[in-house]
Ligand binder design. Structure first.
Ligand SMILES: C[S@@+](CC[C@H](N)C(=O)[O-])C[C@H]1O[C@@H](n2cnc3c(N)ncnc32)[C@H](O)[C@@H]1O
Length: 267
């Protein structure tokens, strides 16, 4: 732990684990396999000492406990987060899907202490980095979930509990035979729309033109959403910090495209 960590810097000790909601009555048996292709490949490899330490010392506070279904990254169909329990208060919730190293969400959580933030990621080293940076910055309004994002949106998050959902530089799956693995594919409007409150915002950015067009087509067609931008593409979102993925896209000469959609009122 660096000298700037919460405990090392003499800040208040981290409270006990955030935890998820209780699960009375037991759970049905898990299913044998997933119905849908996932948008990630689990990366293996050893974690560094710092990353191991992040999980050992910080996960109790930052990482929410998720009952699983078929796989380690799955979400049990009856698992529900209680945000008031997880954050110890009620505040507008921003969820970042595929938060990577956590640069955007740690910066946003630090700059907006009146809001709550949830990072959804399956990449353990990224989750470790996110916790280390959050702890270094004294960020306490952030929690992490190590799980498959569509299941978090449709199952773990209570309906209408999310104020904003962010998807920045999702894996492009650019080979034709792989595009079915894209996170934002037909049907994603219903998945994101379930978690977002009426009037809530879905913000996206990508450096892959073909994926940007697909995102726009999928969300234009989704009955749950309307465009929250004029013209072809949305303005760059102020709260989106520059990450390595954006930098790489720019270095390769690719244009960055932002999109913003508003969740329509439920009937
Ligand atoms: C290309 S990276 C971008 C990371 C970050 N948003 C940024 O801009 O730096 C995409 C991330 O999404 C994560 N990811 C992909 N599919 C996911 C899913 N279904 N659930 C959770 N995380 C996912 C990957 O592990 C990866 O870290």
């Amino acid at each position: 732990m660096s000298g700037r960590s919460a405990r090392g810097a003499g800040r208040a000790p981290l409270p006990s684990p955030a935890g998820a909601a209780g699960y009375p009555g037991g759970m049905p048996e898990p299913r044998a396999f997933r119905d849908e292709p996932v948008s990630f490949v689990r990366r293996s490899g050893r974690m560094s000492e710092a990353q191991e330490r992040a999980f050992a010392e910080l996960a109790g506070f930052y990482v929410l406990d998720v009952p699983r279904d078929v796989a380690w990254t799955s979400v049990h169909p009856e698992a529900r987060l209680d945000p008031a329990v997880a954050y110890g208060r009620t505040a507008p919730l921003t969820v970042e899907i595929g938060s990577g190293q956590g640069h955007a969400i740690v910066a946003a959580a630090g700059a907006n202490p009146e809001r709550d933030f949830l990072a959804v990621e399956v990449f353990r080293a990224g989750l470790a980095r996110t916790m280390l940076d959050a702890d270094r910055d004294g960020v306490r309004n952030l929690r992490l979930v190590e799980a498959n994002a569509p299941e978090v949106l449709s199952t773990f998050l209570p309906g209408g509990s999310v104020d904003e959902a962010w998807i920045f530089f999702p894996d492009p799956w650019h080979k034709k035979r792989h595009t079915k693995r894209r996170l934002v594919r037909p049907g994603f409007g219903a998945t994101a729309g379930a978690a977002l409150r009426d009037g809530g915002l879905l913000r996206l950015a990508t450096d892959w033109e073909d994926y940007a067009l697909q995102m726009r087509e999928v969300l234009d067609d989704a009955p749950e959403f309307e465009r929250a931008f004029e013209g072809e593409w949305a303005e760059r979102f102020d709260g989106r910090v520059m990450t390595a993925f954006e930098r790489k896209g720019i270095a390769k000469g690719r244009d960055i495209r932002d999109l913003t959609y508003r969740r329509l009122a439920r009937a």
